[in-house]
Ligand binder design. Structure first.
Ligand code: FES
Length: 122
């Protein structure tokens, strides 16, 4: 089971519980189903419109869904993740704190997704 808190401008907009039935929906699909206004465009990891800040409060034993190649490329090119951030995420030492909502699939983690913060460029 995943617990996702969507936050914008410091305010919790919505808490969503995603049952772990093996589907592993993307953060973007959870947001869209719940009516949370995470921006998006391409939905395939090419445009970066859906950048969100992510704070992982609890990660499942097997770790969170790994960064996709598109996330590595775009977020590094935009200066949102460093090589060290990516190495830490890949090694399971520290989940990435910026993701593409259309690429990040949730399993059994407890996370805060900040889409207002991400839009502000911080
Ligand atoms: S909507 Fe384009 S990268 Fe996610």
């Amino acid at each position: 089971m995943a617990l996702i808190r969507f936050v914008s401008n410091g305010q919790i907009v919505l808490q969503s519980i995603v049952s772990s039935d093996g589907r592993m929906p993307t953060v973007l699909s959870v947001a869209r189903q719940a009516g949370v206004g995470v921006l998006f465009n391409c939905e395939v990891g090419d445009c970066a419109a859906c950048i969100v800040g992510v704070r992982t409060l609890h990660a499942p034993a097997q770790g969170v869904f790994p960064l996709t190649d598109k996330e590595r490329f775009l977020l590094r090119a935009m200066g949102r993740l460093t090589d060290a951030d990516i190495a830490d995420a890949d090694a399971g030492r520290r989940p990435a704190n910026v993701r593409l909502a259309c690429q990040y699939r949730v399993g059994d983690e407890d996370i805060i997704v900040d889409y207002g913060h991400a839009m502000g460029g911080g």
